[in-house]
Design a protein around this ligand. Structure first.
Ligand code: MN
Length: 242
């Protein structure tokens, strides 16, 4: 048995960014290693049946940021603002999420991750906040400022996120044009932006928690966010029976 818990995360083709490669942002890999986990990159390649081969190797699952979730998966056609998705990746990642939750394995979702977790368990999304959410703040900042805190977030008292991040007022980075609309049954909303947009959810029954911002790009400059990754590793150690 490895000493450090193994944290799975998907890697997938993204021809919009780079043709012919499976991609994952380095910041997720580094954040998991810094938190004491061993990242295992799981390729999406069109056969979601392979998820069952990877699940026994894992102690935790990180559902990272990425492209828009295919709207058909929550019963909608895409708005014109939704132009890039990868249904093969969605299906592989959904199979990983379902398998992880069935096993009681801890799951932490980030950005696309909070959205995909919500769709996985029966929730819906705003496909495009500027088009569908009157009074929305600026949630889609330029990627060139990935490490900057740009909007405030209010945490629900006594929630897990409050336990991990509470104390001083919280501001986060923000690179999303979609968000959770109807939370999945069983999900509790535990973080919101000042405009009411959902920024965090938790589901203790399913051993999952998720945020809409990008803590992986903040852990070096703002150490407070390390607790989100450390918590996944601690839960993964419990899952592994250590
Ligand atoms: Mn935001």
């Amino acid at each position: 048995m490895p000493v450090r818990p193994v944290i799975g995360m998907i890697t997938a083709p993204n021809p919009k960014l780079l043709h012919g490669r499976h991609l994952i942002n380095t910041s997720y890999v580094r954040a998991v290693i810094a938190a004491g986990g061993t990242p295992l990159l799981i390729p999406s390649d069109g056969d979601d049946g392979l998820a069952a081969e990877y699940l026994p190797l894992l102690h935790g699952l990180l559902v990272p940021g990425g492209e828009d979730v295919t709207p058909a998966l929550y019963g909608e056609d895409p708005l014109r603002q939704v132009t890039f998705m990868n249904e093969e990746k969605d299906r592989m990642e959904l199979a990983l999420i379902r398998g992880a939750v069935e096993r009681g394995m801890p799951v932490f979702g980030i950005c696309r991750g909070i959205q995909l977790l919500n769709v996985c368990f029966g929730g819906t999304l705003y496909q495009d906040l500027p088009a569908q959410y009157p009074g929305v703040l600026g949630h889609a900042q330029d990627m060139a400022i990935r490490g900057q805190l740009t909007h405030r977030v209010t945490l629900e008292p006594d929630s897990l996120l409050e336990k991990l991040l509470g104390g001083e007022p919280l501001s986060v980075n923000s690179y999303h044009h979609q968000a959770v609309r109807t939370p999945a049954p069983g999900f509790t909303v535990t973080a919101r932006a000042a405009d009411g947009v959902i920024e965090g959810v938790e589901d203790p029954e399913r051993n999952l928690y998720a945020v809409q911002w990008h803590p992986e790009d903040l852990v070096e400059s703002h150490p407070r966010f390390r607790s989100l990754f450390r918590h996944l590793v601690e839960r993964a150690e419990q899952y592994a029976g250590r």
